[in-house]
Design a protein around this ligand. Structure first.
Ligand code: SAH
Ligand code: SF4
Ligand code: F3S
Length: 480
């Protein structure tokens, strides 16, 4: 039987594009409210969360898990056992969305077997009008649709869906407040994601993120630093500061700049500090100096370039040209010894000529990245680039993609080879996925290291001697 859908609020891309600048965000504390009548609702029930997309989503899923735990749900490893399934989605490229629709389709049979099963879909995908319309019309199995701005309302959405026996949609497209003190179940006990800001104001012409995540808004430094100090006390070894564009931290509030914040984080004494992602446009000299100065700031910088061609960079709205990017790379390399640089690159953006693509290849040859995430351009509904003709054929896109990944791999292996014979520090994650007797972890500059070592080292930083370099990994053995 078809259930009626109650639409409390649905997304609006025009509203999502509005930016009132120079208005500080609203901070809300302890905003999760669990009504008395549902506070034990999850007793003897299980939850399953599937997360797609970036670290921002991984962190949001930790919060969703925290909220469900407060409602007394416990986690399970298998969708078949779950009483509530949450899909935390991504829409940065079409492939990401296809996977989610595939998964929602496959959940239909579970719902038929267990009509009490609740299925929730949240995250960036449902911040888009056309997706919400499709879900409401064609995917009856979805009970709750909520967005990136109102995760904290999950308990009342669950209550509403159950009491009203209706499907609920509540997605906001406002600029977003900042919710502090949300419950969370962190996925890891020695490394943690820490949001320092939300949203993005850059509006690169191909990108959907500014519409799905709202305005750039910074957390107060005091809240961030308190969180990190607490994590350190709990024994965490590593924090990764998160934002779509961390260099813009603090520009919306009278607080520290990102460089100043990094310095304060370094002074907490936590062993390892990472950050992602930094837009080249806002990368300050002060930040380079702070990274160079403090040994507990990892010498790895993800510096997305997207293209090496000035015309394409302009059409992408990236706010820098090839020369400015290369000058920044030079400054970083001169000041930060042994820095590891990685990047994101898109091939096949509208009107990308062979010559323009050759510029991207030559930039990669010049920078010699440690590694790169490479993507085929995917038009996103509602973005300025989607109005341009997607005029590069899939064949050409694939040829360029393969050429680019081969070039990146060549320099990657060259760089990895320089580690052979060296002893480096690795934060140990656990047995490697392929071989139980081999441990794996990440080096200070974020390289995956597989090594023979002692299981008791999991969660600790150990010294590993590198014996062999492969294209995407280093192999070695523990030396202490
Ligand atoms: N805020 C981050 C990245 C967010 S999205 C930053 O600016 O660095 C991660 C990457 O996905 C982007 O860097 C870009 O390379 C890629 N990407 C974003 N939109 C895309 C699209 N429409 N098609 C293909 N790749 C895209
Ligand atoms: Fe997207 Fe550009 Fe913002 Fe990154 S900086 S999230 S690529 S709009
Ligand atoms: Fe995807 Fe949203 Fe992150 S679109 S990459 S989950 S910000």
């Amino acid at each position: 039987m078809k259930k009626f859908a109650k639409v409390v609020s649905s997304p609006n891309m025009k509203m999502a594009a509005v930016r009132e600048l120079n208005v500080a965000p609203n901070y809300q504390y302890n905003s999760v409210i669990i009504d008395e009548d549902i506070k034990d609702f999850g007793l003897n029930k299980k939850y399953f969360i599937r997360t797609y997309g970036c670290q921002g989503n991984l962190r949001d899923s930790e919060v969703i898990a925290g909220i469900l735990k407060e409602m007394k749900y416990s986690p399970c490893q298998n969708v078949e056992e779950a009483d509530i399934i949450i899909l935390n989605t991504c829409c940065v490229r079409e492939n990401a969305e296809k996977k989610v629709f595939g998964e929602i389709g496959s959940l239909k049979s579970l719902k038929q077997k267990n009509p009490n099963l609740l299925i929730g879909v949240c995250g960036c995908m449902v911040q888009q009008e056309h997706i919400v319309t499709t879900l409401l019309t064609n995917y009856q199995q979805v009970d709750i649709i909520f967005g990136t701005h109102n995760i904290y309302q999950l308990p009342s959405l669950i209550k509403d869906a159950i009491l009203s026996n209706q499907r609920i949609c509540n997605v906001l497209s406002n600029q977003g407040d900042i919710q502090e003190d949300l419950p969370s179940c962190r996925a890891n006990t020695y490394k943690a994601w820490v949001n320092i800001m939300y949203g993005c104001n850059k509006f690169c012409t191909y990108c959907i993120v500014p519409y799905t995540r709202g305005k750039e808004r910074s957390r107060k430094s005091v809240d961030i630093l308190n969180e990190i100090r607490q994590l350190k006390e709990m024994g965490y070894k590593e924090v990764t500061l998160l934002g779509q564009n961390v260099n813009a931290y603090g520009k919306d509030i009278a607080d520290l700049s990102f460089a100043e914040l990094m310095e304060q984080v370094a002074l907490t004494g936590i062993d390892r500090i990472r950050f992602t992602t930094s837009h080249p446009y806002d990368f300050s000299d002060e930040l380079i100096d702070v990274i160079a100065k403090y040994p507990n700031i990892m010498k790895h910088i993800q510096l997305p370039v997207q293209s090496g061609d000035d015309g394409i960079l302009k059409a992408m709205g990236r706010r820098y040209n090839r020369k400015q990017y290369l000058d920044l790379v030079k400054k970083i390399k001169d000041k930060i010894k042994d820095v590891s640089l990685t990047t994101d690159i898109i091939v096949g953006f509208p009107n990308e000529s062979d010559e323009a693509f050759a510029q991207t290849l030559s930039l990669c040859e010049e920078v010699k990245y440690d590694s790169a995430f490479t993507f085929i351009y995917s038009p996103r509904v509602g973005t300025p680039a989607a109005k341009m003709k997607d005029n590069i054929s899939m064949d050409v896109k694939k040829q360029r993609f393969n050429k680019l990944t081969a070039t990146i791999a060549k320099y990657e292996l060259e760089k990895y080879k320089t580690f052979e014979g060296k002893i480096i520090k690795v934060l140990v994650d656990g047995p490697s996925k392929k071989n139980e007797e081999i441990l794996s972890g990440y080096s200070e500059d974020n390289k995956l290291v597989n090594f023979k070592g002692d299981l008791s080292s999991v969660g600790k930083i150990v010294n590993v001697k590198i014996i062999k370099a492969k294209t995407y990994t280093l192999e070695g053995e523990q030396v202490d």
